[in-house]
Design a protein around this ligand. Sequence first.
Ligand code: SAH
Length: 241
Amino acid sequence: MITFHIITLFPESFESYLNASIVKRAQEDGYIALKYYNPRDFTIPGKKGRDMTYAERRVDSRPYGGGPGMIIEALPVIRAIDKAVGRKLKAQNAKLKTSGAITGKKNQKVKIIFFSPSGEMFTNGVADSFKRYKDIVMVCGRYEGIDARVKKAFPMVDISIGPYVLTGGELPAMIVIDAVTRRISGVLGDNQSIEENRTACPDVYTRPEVIEFKKKKYHVPKILLSGDHAKIEEWKKGRKM
Ligand code: SAH
């Protein structure tokens, strides 16, 4: 089981997507678990913070060096990460020290991902490399991003989900959860559903054989009805971009 620990100011934005279809079933069947941590709950350590209203617990401040937008402060995020995996990281580090660097790498069970449009590009290969972890922390930025000192406090990888800039790291987190989850053996009923295990095709068809819309008829390509699997395979390869 992989537990995804999501550090986000907007946990409510995850509910509808992750509680539907295959990702929902993967949670019910115990392949994955999701936990949320709001940096707003970690603005002040100890009792003092509990007396403040939610709106008073500010997490953003103006950037040093100038520039537009607000920056999410480091400490609330650091405390949230610590709450999620602090103890596990400590145990992992102790194990690494005793087992040596090479065998030690295999013992790493905690991974922390920092979302950033200029990070390493997320691919199927990267998704596969994430599957071996037991705990994956995802740090979702907002506004102009998060104070970079969180990356000093914990080791983490910068990941980008594409060459465009979004308003927050919540969609990137959902994309990574979705892509990793469907690659866990057993999540999709048929392992052939993983695209690299077969000739996946961008054009697919289902019943009925002929459809009619505004007096025009649309047919399924004849080759798909031929039963000639070698030819169908070749046709699919030809459709690939
Ligand atoms: N000005 C910042 C971007 C801020 S976007 C910069 O140049 O790096 C706000 C947040 O959205 C980021 O902190 C990040 O968590 C998330 N984000 C936006 N686009 C992303 C992308 N393509 N991949 C991953 N995360 C992204």
